[in-house]
Design a protein around this ligand. Structure first.
Ligand code: GTP
Length: 554
Protein backbone atom coordinates (compact mmCIF):
# COMPACT_ATOMS: atom_id res chain seq x y z
CA UNK A 1 0.00 0.00 0.00
CA UNK A 2 1.30 3.42 -0.94
CA UNK A 3 1.69 5.77 1.97
CA UNK A 4 2.04 9.52 1.51
CA UNK A 5 5.25 10.53 3.26
CA UNK A 6 4.63 12.88 6.14
CA UNK A 7 6.77 15.99 6.08
CA UNK A 8 7.32 16.31 9.84
CA UNK A 9 9.50 19.42 9.52
CA UNK A 10 6.83 21.29 7.55
CA UNK A 11 4.22 20.08 10.03
CA UNK A 12 6.36 21.29 12.90
CA UNK A 13 6.95 24.67 11.35
CA UNK A 14 3.23 25.05 10.60
CA UNK A 15 2.40 24.23 14.22
CA UNK A 16 5.03 26.66 15.48
CA UNK A 17 3.56 29.43 13.29
CA UNK A 18 0.05 28.69 14.56
CA UNK A 19 1.28 28.72 18.12
CA UNK A 20 3.09 32.01 17.57
CA UNK A 21 0.03 33.55 15.89
CA UNK A 22 -2.10 32.49 18.85
CA UNK A 23 0.43 33.97 21.28
CA UNK A 24 0.50 37.29 19.43
CA UNK A 25 -3.27 37.24 19.10
CA UNK A 26 -3.71 36.97 22.87
CA UNK A 27 -1.05 39.59 23.47
CA UNK A 28 -2.72 42.02 21.03
CA UNK A 29 -6.22 41.23 22.20
CA UNK A 30 -5.46 41.63 25.90
CA UNK A 31 -3.27 44.68 25.24
CA UNK A 32 -5.86 46.53 23.15
CA UNK A 33 -8.71 45.47 25.45
CA UNK A 34 -6.78 46.64 28.51
CA UNK A 35 -5.99 49.92 26.82
CA UNK A 36 -9.64 50.48 25.82
CA UNK A 37 -10.77 49.42 29.27
CA UNK A 38 -8.42 51.79 31.08
CA UNK A 39 -9.50 54.70 28.88
CA UNK A 40 -13.20 53.98 29.10
CA UNK A 41 -13.39 53.03 32.80
CA UNK A 42 -13.08 56.58 34.24
CA UNK A 43 -15.49 57.88 31.58
CA UNK A 44 -17.95 55.10 32.32
CA UNK A 45 -17.72 55.62 36.09
CA UNK A 46 -18.35 59.31 35.58
CA UNK A 47 -21.33 58.47 33.41
CA UNK A 48 -22.75 56.04 36.04
CA UNK A 49 -22.24 58.73 38.69
CA UNK A 50 -24.30 61.06 36.46
CA UNK A 51 -27.11 58.48 36.32
CA UNK A 52 -26.99 58.06 40.10
CA UNK A 53 -27.14 61.83 40.59
CA UNK A 54 -30.07 62.03 38.20
CA UNK A 55 -31.96 59.25 40.00
CA UNK A 56 -31.34 60.86 43.38
CA UNK A 57 -32.43 64.24 42.03
CA UNK A 58 -35.68 62.63 40.87
CA UNK A 59 -36.26 61.41 44.44
CA UNK A 60 -36.12 64.93 45.86
CA UNK A 61 -39.73 65.62 44.86
CA UNK A 62 -40.87 62.61 46.88
CA UNK A 63 -38.64 63.55 49.82
CA UNK A 64 -40.01 67.11 49.98
CA UNK A 65 -43.61 66.02 49.38
CA UNK A 66 -43.49 63.33 52.10
CA UNK A 67 -41.85 65.65 54.61
CA UNK A 68 -44.36 68.44 53.99
CA UNK A 69 -47.32 66.08 54.13
CA UNK A 70 -46.27 64.70 57.53
CA UNK A 71 -45.46 68.15 58.92
CA UNK A 72 -48.79 69.55 57.75
CA UNK A 73 -50.66 66.58 59.22
CA UNK A 74 -49.01 67.03 62.59
CA UNK A 75 -49.48 70.77 62.43
CA UNK A 76 -53.21 70.27 61.97
CA UNK A 77 -53.54 67.85 64.89
CA UNK A 78 -51.64 70.10 67.22
CA UNK A 79 -53.77 73.10 66.30
CA UNK A 80 -57.01 71.16 66.74
CA UNK A 81 -55.68 70.00 70.11
CA UNK A 82 -54.71 73.55 71.03
CA UNK A 83 -58.09 74.86 69.92
CA UNK A 84 -59.90 72.39 72.23
CA UNK A 85 -57.59 73.20 75.17
CA UNK A 86 -58.29 76.91 74.74
CA UNK A 87 -62.03 76.47 74.12
CA UNK A 88 -64.57 78.10 76.44
CA UNK A 89 -66.43 74.81 76.81
CA UNK A 90 -63.40 72.96 78.22
CA UNK A 91 -62.38 75.93 80.40
CA UNK A 92 -65.91 76.31 81.75
CA UNK A 93 -65.82 72.66 82.86
CA UNK A 94 -62.41 72.77 84.55
CA UNK A 95 -63.50 75.87 86.51
CA UNK A 96 -66.95 74.50 87.34
CA UNK A 97 -67.55 70.81 86.73
CA UNK A 98 -71.30 71.14 86.99
CA UNK A 99 -73.44 68.59 85.20
CA UNK A 100 -74.44 71.19 82.63
CA UNK A 101 -70.82 72.02 81.81
CA UNK A 102 -69.99 68.34 81.72
CA UNK A 103 -72.80 67.57 79.23
CA UNK A 104 -71.74 70.46 77.01
CA UNK A 105 -68.12 69.23 77.06
CA UNK A 106 -69.15 65.64 76.28
CA UNK A 107 -71.12 66.91 73.29
CA UNK A 108 -68.18 68.99 72.20
CA UNK A 109 -65.83 65.96 72.36
CA UNK A 110 -68.35 63.84 70.42
CA UNK A 111 -68.72 66.42 67.67
CA UNK A 112 -64.93 66.81 67.34
CA UNK A 113 -64.56 63.03 67.17
CA UNK A 114 -67.27 62.67 64.53
CA UNK A 115 -66.17 65.69 62.49
CA UNK A 116 -62.45 65.05 62.29
CA UNK A 117 -62.65 61.29 62.11
CA UNK A 118 -59.09 60.74 63.23
CA UNK A 119 -59.14 60.84 67.05
CA UNK A 120 -59.56 57.34 68.36
CA UNK A 121 -60.11 58.65 71.91
CA UNK A 122 -60.70 62.11 73.34
CA UNK A 123 -60.32 62.13 77.09
CA UNK A 124 -60.26 64.29 80.14
CA UNK A 125 -58.47 62.72 83.13
CA UNK A 126 -58.77 64.11 86.66
CA UNK A 127 -55.71 64.91 88.78
CA UNK A 128 -55.57 61.25 89.98
CA UNK A 129 -55.40 59.93 86.41
CA UNK A 130 -58.96 58.62 86.33
CA UNK A 131 -60.90 59.20 83.11
CA UNK A 132 -63.60 61.82 83.77
CA UNK A 133 -64.89 62.04 80.21
CA UNK A 134 -64.00 59.69 77.36
CA UNK A 135 -65.25 59.68 73.80
CA UNK A 136 -64.26 56.80 71.52
CA UNK A 137 -64.40 56.84 67.73
CA UNK A 138 -66.62 53.90 66.84
CA UNK A 139 -67.41 53.31 63.16
CA UNK A 140 -66.87 56.98 62.36
CA UNK A 141 -69.00 58.28 65.27
CA UNK A 142 -67.91 59.88 68.53
CA UNK A 143 -69.37 57.64 71.29
CA UNK A 144 -69.38 58.58 74.96
CA UNK A 145 -68.02 55.88 77.26
CA UNK A 146 -70.30 55.08 80.19
CA UNK A 147 -69.16 56.27 83.62
CA UNK A 148 -68.75 52.71 84.95
CA UNK A 149 -66.38 51.82 82.12
CA UNK A 150 -64.02 54.70 82.73
CA UNK A 151 -60.52 53.61 83.80
CA UNK A 152 -57.63 54.97 85.78
CA UNK A 153 -54.67 55.87 83.56
CA UNK A 154 -52.35 57.16 86.28
CA UNK A 155 -49.62 54.72 85.26
CA UNK A 156 -49.63 55.65 81.55
CA UNK A 157 -46.80 57.73 80.15
CA UNK A 158 -49.06 60.39 78.64
CA UNK A 159 -50.35 61.10 82.14
CA UNK A 160 -47.03 60.83 83.93
CA UNK A 161 -45.14 62.90 81.36
CA UNK A 162 -47.32 65.95 81.89
CA UNK A 163 -47.34 65.95 85.72
CA UNK A 164 -44.64 68.60 86.14
CA UNK A 165 -45.58 70.45 82.97
CA UNK A 166 -46.41 74.18 83.10
CA UNK A 167 -49.59 75.49 81.49
CA UNK A 168 -49.67 75.78 77.69
CA UNK A 169 -47.14 73.02 76.91
CA UNK A 170 -48.03 70.01 74.77
CA UNK A 171 -46.65 66.49 75.03
CA UNK A 172 -46.55 64.23 71.96
CA UNK A 173 -45.84 60.51 72.45
CA UNK A 174 -43.87 58.20 70.16
CA UNK A 175 -46.01 56.49 67.54
CA UNK A 176 -47.03 52.94 68.47
CA UNK A 177 -49.79 50.42 67.91
CA UNK A 178 -52.75 50.95 70.21
CA UNK A 179 -53.15 48.41 72.99
CA UNK A 180 -56.60 47.70 74.39
CA UNK A 181 -56.89 45.47 77.49
CA UNK A 182 -53.19 44.51 77.14
CA UNK A 183 -53.60 43.29 73.56
CA UNK A 184 -52.53 45.04 70.34
CA UNK A 185 -55.76 46.12 68.68
CA UNK A 186 -56.58 44.63 65.30
CA UNK A 187 -56.57 45.93 62.67
CA UNK A 188 -53.48 47.80 63.81
CA UNK A 189 -54.04 51.32 65.01
CA UNK A 190 -50.82 53.36 64.69
CA UNK A 191 -51.39 55.99 67.34
CA UNK A 192 -49.81 59.19 68.67
CA UNK A 193 -51.00 60.49 72.02
CA UNK A 194 -51.13 64.21 72.51
CA UNK A 195 -51.67 65.47 76.06
CA UNK A 196 -51.42 68.57 78.21
CA UNK A 197 -51.95 69.51 81.82
CA UNK A 198 -54.94 71.72 82.48
CA UNK A 199 -55.05 74.56 85.00
CA UNK A 200 -58.14 76.43 86.27
CA UNK A 201 -58.45 80.20 86.68
CA UNK A 202 -56.83 79.97 90.12
CA UNK A 203 -53.82 78.33 88.52
CA UNK A 204 -54.55 74.98 90.17
CA UNK A 205 -54.01 71.71 88.34
CA UNK A 206 -57.32 70.63 86.86
CA UNK A 207 -56.62 67.30 85.17
CA UNK A 208 -55.07 66.18 81.89
CA UNK A 209 -56.49 66.44 78.39
CA UNK A 210 -55.49 63.58 76.03
CA UNK A 211 -56.32 62.74 72.44
CA UNK A 212 -55.27 59.60 70.62
CA UNK A 213 -54.47 60.59 67.09
CA UNK A 214 -54.85 57.77 64.54
CA UNK A 215 -51.86 58.05 62.24
CA UNK A 216 -53.09 55.38 59.82
CA UNK A 217 -54.29 57.96 57.28
CA UNK A 218 -50.99 59.80 57.37
CA UNK A 219 -49.03 56.57 56.98
CA UNK A 220 -51.23 55.47 54.08
CA UNK A 221 -50.65 58.79 52.35
CA UNK A 222 -46.93 58.36 52.96
CA UNK A 223 -47.05 54.86 51.46
CA UNK A 224 -49.02 56.20 48.51
CA UNK A 225 -46.38 58.90 47.88
CA UNK A 226 -43.63 56.30 48.02
CA UNK A 227 -45.42 53.89 45.68
CA UNK A 228 -45.92 56.69 43.14
CA UNK A 229 -42.19 56.48 42.50
CA UNK A 230 -40.71 54.11 39.95
CA UNK A 231 -38.70 52.47 42.66
CA UNK A 232 -41.04 51.65 45.51
CA UNK A 233 -38.57 51.26 48.34
CA UNK A 234 -39.48 54.27 50.46
CA UNK A 235 -39.65 53.89 54.24
CA UNK A 236 -40.32 55.81 57.42
CA UNK A 237 -38.28 54.93 60.50
CA UNK A 238 -38.73 55.86 64.13
CA UNK A 239 -35.77 57.05 66.21
CA UNK A 240 -34.78 53.44 67.00
CA UNK A 241 -34.78 52.47 63.35
CA UNK A 242 -38.02 50.45 63.50
CA UNK A 243 -40.23 50.80 60.45
CA UNK A 244 -43.37 52.90 60.78
CA UNK A 245 -43.82 52.34 57.07
CA UNK A 246 -42.06 49.88 54.83
CA UNK A 247 -42.68 48.64 51.29
CA UNK A 248 -42.70 45.16 52.85
CA UNK A 249 -45.51 45.45 55.37
CA UNK A 250 -44.42 42.48 57.49
CA UNK A 251 -41.31 44.44 58.46
CA UNK A 252 -43.30 47.22 60.09
CA UNK A 253 -43.75 47.70 63.85
CA UNK A 254 -40.94 45.31 64.84
CA UNK A 255 -40.68 46.64 68.41
CA UNK A 256 -44.46 46.59 69.07
CA UNK A 257 -44.98 43.14 67.56
CA UNK A 258 -42.10 41.56 69.50
CA UNK A 259 -39.83 41.17 66.45
CA UNK A 260 -36.76 43.14 67.53
CA UNK A 261 -34.83 42.00 64.44
CA UNK A 262 -37.30 43.68 62.17
CA UNK A 263 -35.50 46.95 62.13
CA UNK A 264 -33.34 48.86 59.69
CA UNK A 265 -30.08 48.19 61.56
CA UNK A 266 -30.56 44.42 61.23
CA UNK A 267 -31.13 44.64 57.49
CA UNK A 268 -28.47 47.27 56.76
CA UNK A 269 -26.02 47.21 59.70
CA UNK A 270 -23.39 49.25 57.83
CA UNK A 271 -25.78 51.97 56.72
CA UNK A 272 -27.70 52.54 59.95
CA UNK A 273 -25.05 54.34 62.09
CA UNK A 274 -24.55 56.99 59.43
CA UNK A 275 -28.30 57.41 58.72
CA UNK A 276 -29.02 57.64 62.44
CA UNK A 277 -26.27 60.19 63.07
CA UNK A 278 -27.00 62.61 60.21
CA UNK A 279 -30.15 64.55 59.54
CA UNK A 280 -29.87 64.36 55.77
CA UNK A 281 -27.63 62.71 53.21
CA UNK A 282 -26.88 60.18 50.52
CA UNK A 283 -25.24 56.87 51.35
CA UNK A 284 -23.94 54.36 48.87
CA UNK A 285 -23.65 50.67 49.74
CA UNK A 286 -22.93 47.65 47.54
CA UNK A 287 -26.57 46.87 46.90
CA UNK A 288 -27.69 50.45 46.16
CA UNK A 289 -28.02 54.04 47.30
CA UNK A 290 -29.92 55.50 50.25
CA UNK A 291 -31.32 59.02 50.22
CA UNK A 292 -32.40 59.86 53.76
CA UNK A 293 -33.81 62.87 55.53
CA UNK A 294 -34.98 63.61 59.08
CA UNK A 295 -38.71 64.24 59.11
CA UNK A 296 -39.11 66.02 62.50
CA UNK A 297 -42.90 66.28 62.16
CA UNK A 298 -43.27 68.82 64.96
CA UNK A 299 -40.54 71.07 63.69
CA UNK A 300 -42.75 73.04 61.33
CA UNK A 301 -41.27 76.31 62.56
CA UNK A 302 -38.20 75.71 60.39
CA UNK A 303 -38.36 74.98 56.73
CA UNK A 304 -42.09 75.74 56.79
CA UNK A 305 -44.31 76.07 53.75
CA UNK A 306 -46.14 79.40 53.27
CA UNK A 307 -49.43 78.33 54.85
CA UNK A 308 -47.66 77.35 58.12
CA UNK A 309 -46.68 80.92 58.85
CA UNK A 310 -48.98 81.69 61.72
CA UNK A 311 -48.41 84.01 64.61
CA UNK A 312 -49.38 81.42 67.15
CA UNK A 313 -47.68 78.06 67.62
CA UNK A 314 -48.35 75.67 70.47
CA UNK A 315 -45.35 75.08 72.73
CA UNK A 316 -44.13 71.50 72.43
CA UNK A 317 -41.93 69.76 75.01
CA UNK A 318 -38.39 68.70 74.13
CA UNK A 319 -39.24 65.08 74.88
CA UNK A 320 -41.93 65.21 72.18
CA UNK A 321 -39.38 66.18 69.54
CA UNK A 322 -37.25 63.20 70.56
CA UNK A 323 -40.35 60.92 70.49
CA UNK A 324 -41.11 61.88 66.90
CA UNK A 325 -37.62 62.00 65.49
CA UNK A 326 -38.40 60.04 62.32
CA UNK A 327 -36.36 59.41 59.21
CA UNK A 328 -37.54 59.13 55.66
CA UNK A 329 -35.31 56.68 53.80
CA UNK A 330 -35.49 56.05 50.09
CA UNK A 331 -33.51 53.16 48.65
CA UNK A 332 -32.49 52.92 45.01
CA UNK A 333 -31.37 49.32 44.38
CA UNK A 334 -28.24 48.80 42.30
CA UNK A 335 -30.21 46.95 39.59
CA UNK A 336 -32.34 50.05 39.05
CA UNK A 337 -29.19 52.10 38.46
CA UNK A 338 -27.63 49.41 36.33
CA UNK A 339 -30.76 49.05 34.21
CA UNK A 340 -30.31 52.64 33.09
CA UNK A 341 -26.66 52.27 32.21
CA UNK A 342 -25.41 51.81 28.69
CA UNK A 343 -23.95 48.37 29.31
CA UNK A 344 -27.32 47.00 30.45
CA UNK A 345 -29.19 48.28 27.40
CA UNK A 346 -29.37 45.79 24.49
CA UNK A 347 -27.78 48.38 22.20
CA UNK A 348 -24.94 48.97 24.68
CA UNK A 349 -24.29 45.27 25.04
CA UNK A 350 -24.41 44.73 21.31
CA UNK A 351 -21.99 47.61 20.74
CA UNK A 352 -19.60 46.33 23.42
CA UNK A 353 -19.72 42.86 21.88
CA UNK A 354 -19.11 44.36 18.46
CA UNK A 355 -16.10 46.31 19.71
CA UNK A 356 -14.70 43.16 21.29
CA UNK A 357 -15.24 41.23 18.07
CA UNK A 358 -13.53 44.04 16.15
CA UNK A 359 -10.63 44.02 18.58
CA UNK A 360 -10.41 40.23 18.18
CA UNK A 361 -10.45 40.48 14.38
CA UNK A 362 -7.87 43.27 14.42
CA UNK A 363 -5.71 41.31 16.84
CA UNK A 364 -5.94 38.25 14.63
CA UNK A 365 -4.93 40.12 11.49
CA UNK A 366 -2.21 41.97 13.39
CA UNK A 367 -0.87 38.72 14.81
CA UNK A 368 -1.00 36.95 11.41
CA UNK A 369 0.74 39.88 9.71
CA UNK A 370 3.46 40.02 12.36
CA UNK A 371 4.06 36.28 12.23
CA UNK A 372 4.22 36.39 8.42
CA UNK A 373 6.71 39.24 8.57
CA UNK A 374 8.81 37.44 11.16
CA UNK A 375 8.63 34.19 9.25
CA UNK A 376 9.64 35.87 5.99
CA UNK A 377 12.55 37.59 7.75
CA UNK A 378 13.63 34.30 9.30
CA UNK A 379 13.42 32.47 5.99
CA UNK A 380 15.42 35.22 4.34
CA UNK A 381 18.06 34.92 7.04
CA UNK A 382 18.16 31.16 6.62
CA UNK A 383 18.51 31.49 2.84
CA UNK A 384 21.26 34.03 3.32
CA UNK A 385 23.08 31.72 5.72
CA UNK A 386 22.74 28.80 3.31
CA UNK A 387 24.03 30.91 0.43
CA UNK A 388 26.86 32.21 2.57
CA UNK A 389 27.71 28.66 3.55
CA UNK A 390 27.46 27.51 -0.05
CA UNK A 391 29.82 30.30 -1.07
CA UNK A 392 32.37 29.15 1.51
CA UNK A 393 32.05 25.40 1.18
CA UNK A 394 33.43 23.24 -1.53
CA UNK A 395 30.49 21.48 -3.16
CA UNK A 396 32.26 18.17 -3.72
CA UNK A 397 34.05 17.61 -0.40
CA UNK A 398 32.04 19.73 2.04
CA UNK A 399 35.12 21.43 3.46
CA UNK A 400 36.23 25.08 3.06
CA UNK A 401 36.81 26.15 -0.52
CA UNK A 402 39.93 28.00 -1.50
CA UNK A 403 38.49 31.52 -1.00
CA UNK A 404 37.05 30.76 2.42
CA UNK A 405 40.19 28.86 3.51
CA UNK A 406 42.42 31.78 2.49
CA UNK A 407 40.13 34.26 4.31
CA UNK A 408 40.19 32.26 7.56
CA UNK A 409 43.88 31.48 7.25
CA UNK A 410 44.64 35.19 6.78
CA UNK A 411 42.97 35.92 10.12
CA UNK A 412 44.86 33.08 11.84
CA UNK A 413 48.11 34.38 10.42
CA UNK A 414 47.45 37.88 11.79
CA UNK A 415 46.52 36.50 15.20
CA UNK A 416 49.61 34.26 15.31
CA UNK A 417 51.75 37.24 14.44
CA UNK A 418 50.11 39.47 17.04
CA UNK A 419 50.33 36.83 19.79
CA UNK A 420 53.63 35.54 18.52
CA UNK A 421 52.44 31.92 18.48
CA UNK A 422 53.70 29.25 16.08
CA UNK A 423 51.64 28.54 12.97
CA UNK A 424 52.14 25.69 10.51
CA UNK A 425 50.62 25.07 7.08
CA UNK A 426 50.47 21.80 5.17
CA UNK A 427 49.96 21.49 1.42
CA UNK A 428 48.63 18.06 0.37
CA UNK A 429 48.43 16.73 -3.16
CA UNK A 430 47.10 13.35 -4.19
CA UNK A 431 49.78 11.31 -5.86
CA UNK A 432 49.28 10.21 -9.47
CA UNK A 433 45.71 11.27 -9.33
CA UNK A 434 45.46 11.47 -13.08
CA UNK A 435 45.94 7.72 -13.07
CA UNK A 436 43.01 7.23 -10.71
CA UNK A 437 40.83 9.21 -13.07
CA UNK A 438 42.13 7.43 -16.06
CA UNK A 439 41.81 3.96 -14.54
CA UNK A 440 38.53 4.20 -12.64
CA UNK A 441 36.84 7.19 -14.16
CA UNK A 442 36.18 10.73 -13.03
CA UNK A 443 33.37 9.72 -10.66
CA UNK A 444 35.67 7.43 -8.69
CA UNK A 445 38.25 10.23 -8.73
CA UNK A 446 35.61 12.44 -7.11
CA UNK A 447 34.87 9.76 -4.55
CA UNK A 448 38.54 9.51 -3.67
CA UNK A 449 38.66 13.28 -3.18
CA UNK A 450 35.62 13.05 -0.85
CA UNK A 451 37.27 10.31 1.22
CA UNK A 452 40.48 12.27 1.26
CA UNK A 453 38.76 15.42 2.58
CA UNK A 454 36.79 13.46 5.14
CA UNK A 455 39.94 11.71 6.44
CA UNK A 456 41.68 15.06 6.79
CA UNK A 457 38.76 16.38 8.85
CA UNK A 458 38.55 13.36 11.14
CA UNK A 459 42.31 13.17 11.69
CA UNK A 460 42.75 16.84 12.58
CA UNK A 461 42.02 18.68 15.86
CA UNK A 462 39.04 21.01 16.17
CA UNK A 463 41.23 24.09 16.12
CA UNK A 464 42.87 23.07 12.84
CA UNK A 465 41.60 24.47 9.58
CA UNK A 466 41.37 22.58 6.27
CA UNK A 467 40.39 23.53 2.74
CA UNK A 468 40.40 22.33 -0.86
CA UNK A 469 42.65 24.77 -2.59
CA UNK A 470 42.91 23.12 -6.01
CA UNK A 471 41.56 20.16 -8.00
CA UNK A 472 43.31 17.47 -6.01
CA UNK A 473 45.16 19.88 -3.72
CA UNK A 474 44.29 20.44 -0.07
CA UNK A 475 45.70 22.69 2.61
CA UNK A 476 45.72 22.44 6.38
CA UNK A 477 46.46 25.20 8.87
CA UNK A 478 47.68 24.22 12.33
CA UNK A 479 47.41 27.17 14.77
CA UNK A 480 49.65 27.32 17.87
CA UNK A 481 51.62 24.33 16.61
CA UNK A 482 55.41 24.27 16.78
CA UNK A 483 57.47 22.58 14.05
CA UNK A 484 57.95 19.23 15.75
CA UNK A 485 54.30 18.82 16.53
CA UNK A 486 53.36 19.97 13.02
CA UNK A 487 55.67 17.32 11.52
CA UNK A 488 54.03 14.66 13.70
CA UNK A 489 50.59 15.76 12.65
CA UNK A 490 51.59 15.80 8.97
CA UNK A 491 53.02 12.33 9.26
CA UNK A 492 49.95 11.08 11.10
CA UNK A 493 47.80 12.58 8.37
CA UNK A 494 49.84 11.04 5.60
CA UNK A 495 49.57 7.62 7.22
CA UNK A 496 45.86 7.99 7.82
CA UNK A 497 45.28 8.84 4.16
CA UNK A 498 47.48 6.00 3.03
CA UNK A 499 45.39 3.63 5.13
CA UNK A 500 42.14 4.97 3.77
CA UNK A 501 40.20 2.50 1.58
CA UNK A 502 37.80 3.89 -1.00
CA UNK A 503 35.15 1.28 -1.89
CA UNK A 504 34.48 0.70 -5.56
CA UNK A 505 30.98 -0.08 -6.87
CA UNK A 506 32.04 -3.58 -7.92
CA UNK A 507 33.03 -4.42 -4.36
CA UNK A 508 36.76 -3.81 -4.52
CA UNK A 509 38.43 -0.85 -2.92
CA UNK A 510 41.32 1.35 -3.79
CA UNK A 511 43.78 3.29 -1.71
CA UNK A 512 45.80 6.38 -2.46
CA UNK A 513 48.69 8.40 -1.08
CA UNK A 514 49.43 12.06 -0.68
CA UNK A 515 52.57 14.15 -0.68
CA UNK A 516 52.72 16.85 1.98
CA UNK A 517 54.72 20.08 2.06
CA UNK A 518 55.03 21.74 5.47
CA UNK A 519 55.92 25.39 6.12
CA UNK A 520 56.23 27.28 9.43
CA UNK A 521 55.31 30.94 9.76
CA UNK A 522 58.37 33.13 10.25
CA UNK A 523 58.80 36.88 10.51
CA UNK A 524 59.39 37.04 6.81
CA UNK A 525 55.83 36.20 5.79
CA UNK A 526 53.34 39.03 6.01
CA UNK A 527 50.66 37.49 3.76
CA UNK A 528 49.26 33.99 3.81
CA UNK A 529 50.12 33.64 0.12
CA UNK A 530 53.76 33.83 0.98
CA UNK A 531 53.42 31.04 3.53
CA UNK A 532 51.50 28.94 1.00
CA UNK A 533 54.22 29.42 -1.56
CA UNK A 534 56.71 28.08 0.95
CA UNK A 535 54.53 25.03 1.61
CA UNK A 536 54.05 24.58 -2.14
CA UNK A 537 57.79 24.44 -2.62
CA UNK A 538 58.05 21.83 0.12
CA UNK A 539 55.29 19.86 -1.59
CA UNK A 540 57.22 20.00 -4.81
CA UNK A 541 60.17 18.59 -2.89
CA UNK A 542 58.01 15.77 -1.56
CA UNK A 543 56.77 14.94 -5.05
CA UNK A 544 60.19 15.01 -6.53
CA UNK A 545 61.63 12.88 -3.73
CA UNK A 546 59.29 10.00 -4.47
CA UNK A 547 55.82 11.09 -3.23
CA UNK A 548 53.87 9.73 -0.23
CA UNK A 549 56.07 11.70 2.14
CA UNK A 550 56.27 14.87 4.16
CA UNK A 551 58.81 17.56 3.33
CA UNK A 552 59.54 20.62 5.35
CA UNK A 553 60.19 23.97 3.72
CA UNK A 554 63.66 25.34 4.20
N1 GTP B 1 38.05 13.28 -10.60
C1 GTP B 1 38.55 14.48 -10.50
N2 GTP B 1 39.75 14.74 -10.95
C2 GTP B 1 40.32 15.95 -10.83
C3 GTP B 1 39.62 16.98 -10.18
N3 GTP B 1 40.41 18.07 -10.18
C4 GTP B 1 41.56 17.74 -10.80
N4 GTP B 1 41.51 16.46 -11.21
C5 GTP B 1 42.45 15.69 -11.88
O1 GTP B 1 43.65 15.57 -11.16
C6 GTP B 1 44.66 15.29 -12.05
C7 GTP B 1 45.94 15.98 -11.70
O2 GTP B 1 46.92 15.49 -12.48
P1 GTP B 1 48.39 15.99 -12.44
O3 GTP B 1 48.44 17.45 -12.09
O4 GTP B 1 48.98 15.64 -13.70
O5 GTP B 1 49.11 15.19 -11.34
P2 GTP B 1 49.03 13.76 -10.82
O6 GTP B 1 48.49 12.86 -11.85
O7 GTP B 1 48.26 13.74 -9.51
O8 GTP B 1 50.46 13.40 -10.54
P3 GTP B 1 51.34 14.00 -9.40
O9 GTP B 1 50.71 15.17 -8.77
O10 GTP B 1 52.56 14.42 -10.11
O11 GTP B 1 51.53 12.93 -8.43
C8 GTP B 1 44.15 15.70 -13.44
O12 GTP B 1 43.93 14.58 -14.24
C9 GTP B 1 42.84 16.36 -13.15
O13 GTP B 1 41.91 16.15 -14.20
C10 GTP B 1 38.32 16.72 -9.68
O14 GTP B 1 37.64 17.54 -9.12
N5 GTP B 1 37.87 15.43 -9.88
Amino acid sequence: MNQTPVNTEALHSDLRLKHLTLKYFFAFFSGISLFLFSISLPIYLHYVQGIEDQLIAQEETSVVAARQMIQREMYEQLHIFDMVVKSNILNAYINDNSLENQLRLEDFFKSISTSFHRFDQIRLLDNTGKEAIRVNLVKGEGVLVAADELQNKADRYYFKSVQQMPAGQIYVSPMDLNIENDVIELPHKPTLRISTRLYNEQGEAAGVFVINYLAKGMLERFRHLMTQRTNQQGMLLDSQGYWLSNHVRSNEWGADLGKPDHKFASFYPKAWPSIKANSSGILEIDSGIFRYKAIEPLNYLEDQPAHFRLEHHPTITKESFANTSWKLVIFIPREKINQRTFLYQPFGRALTALILVLVAVLSFFGASFLVQQKNAAQKEKQTRLILEKQANIDALTGINNRRSFYELAEKELKQAKRKNTPLAVLMLDADHFKKVNDTYGHAIGDLVLKYLANSIKTTLRDVDLSGRVGGEEFAVLLPQTPLQEALEIAERLRKALEACQVPLPEGDSISFTVSIGLAMLTIQEEQFDQLMNKADLALYQAKSQGRNRVEQAV
